[in-house]
Design a binder for this molecule. Structure first.
Ligand code: DAH
Length: 353
């Protein structure tokens, strides 16, 4: 076969293979096999010496022509395939903007923190400030300075967890540790009276601990808010007015309060405060166990001994104190039947508030 015919055949076959190439990789194979270093067309140029002299110019021209046509076709087909491949990859990675979005889970403040702030806010509005004290406390601040010395029977109501120091101190190991998880926020009263001169108007929110097994109405850890007022001429009337205002603000203006005589070692006289039941409005129902009243806090006039132990002259100053259980108030306000729900972290429960 004459060289020119061979070249024409090679050219046609190559153009057909180019048109058939289904992707850029296949196209590249065609390119390498024809116009690459050892390609079939390149071989003609390499072997030019073997072509008779008089035909060389003509063959050379035909080879170059074939190469130009083939390279042009390769180029056009590469552009076509590359565009198709790009489109395919864009389609594959496309986002379906009609799908509903994935909403971020938004947390809520825990009911106990919200209640704590709500209670403190009522007193902030009356000009009180917020104080705080340590959760790991000494026996002195938790009991002794609150008029409950070591042998006082009221201590047995508030058993707690004692803390051993790291040295493994022998007395601590025998259970005679002086360091404990506080059972009440009342110790903050003592810290404040030691550090500040009257007039004192504070509320002190915080966690407290008792050696209790969790049940619907007891938790081994809960939250209290302590209140303390020390000033000249403070009377039981101030205490009653303040706590009545507090209860109405928290539960609603239609609620009544009553004070029942009680005992606390650090106040004299002492009282427990009940608020009228919001469900039966005082008629008596299951929620208030038929009494028409719900107990919400303890309070009293600060015992002169307590003032004196903290360096305040009871001849000059008098005061009142109170302690509110935040979980209890939350349960009364939102009809929660079991205190343990507040500690379980179940979002289905907590999101309601
Ligand atoms: N600390 C008391 C308790 O945990 C509550 C209490 C009662 C606090 C009377 C007071 C108070 O400040 O005056 O049971």
């Amino acid at each position: 076969m004459a060289i020119s015919e061979e070249l024409a055949t090679l050219r046609e076959q190559t153009l057909a293979r180019i048109a058939d190439a289904s992707d850029t990789a296949a196209l590249d194979e065609v390119r390498v096999s024809v116009v690459g270093k050892s390609g079939t067309l390149t071989a003609y140029l390499r072997n030019m010496r073997e072509v008779p002299k008089e035909e060389r110019a003509q063959v050379g021209k035909a080879v170059n022509e074939a190469r130009n046509v083939i390279e042009g076709a390769l180029d056009a087909r590469r552009k076509e395939l590359a565009a198709a491949e790009l489109e395919a990859s864009i389609n594959a990675a496309a986002v379906d903007i009609t799908l509903p979005g994935r909403a971020q889970q938004i947390g809520t403040r825990h009911l106990i923190n919200r209640m704590t702030d709500e209670i403190c806010d009522i007193f902030l509005g009356l000009g009180y400030t917020v104080a705080s004290g340590p959760e790991i406390e000494t026996d002195y601040y938790n009991f002794t300075a609150l008029n409950a010395p070591a042998d006082h029977p009221s201590r047995s109501m508030q058993d707690t967890f004692y803390v051993l120091d790291r040295s493994g101190d022998a007395a601590a190991v025998r259970g005679e540790s002086d360091v404990l998880l506080r059972t009440q926020t009342s110790g903050v009263q003592v810290h404040v009276m030691e550090d500040q001169k009257p007039p004192i108007y504070i509320v002190a929110p915080g966690k407290v601990y008792r050696r209790d097994v969790a049940d619907p109405s007891h938790l081994p850890q809960f939250t209290q808010i302590e209140g303390l007022v020390v000033d000249k001429g403070i009377t039981f009337g101030d205490l009653k007015g303040t706590l009545d205002y507090f209860c109405k603000h928290l539960f609603g203006n239609d609620r009544k309060t009553r004070f029942r005589a009680h005992y606390f070692p650090f106040t004299e006289p002492s009282a427990e405060v009940d608020v009228s039941c919001g469900i039966c409005h005082g008629e008596g129902c299951r929620f208030c166990k038929g009494t028409g009243w719900l107990e919400i806090l303890g309070c009293g006039m600060v015992d002169p001994n307590v003032l004196e132990m903290s360096g305040i002259d009871p001849e000059v100053y008098s005061g009142f104190a109170f302690g509110v259980g935040v979980e209890r108030v939350a349960c009364l306000k939102y009809d929660i039947p079991d205190l343990r729900l507040l500690l379980q972290g179940d979002m289905r429960f907590l999101r309601q508030f």
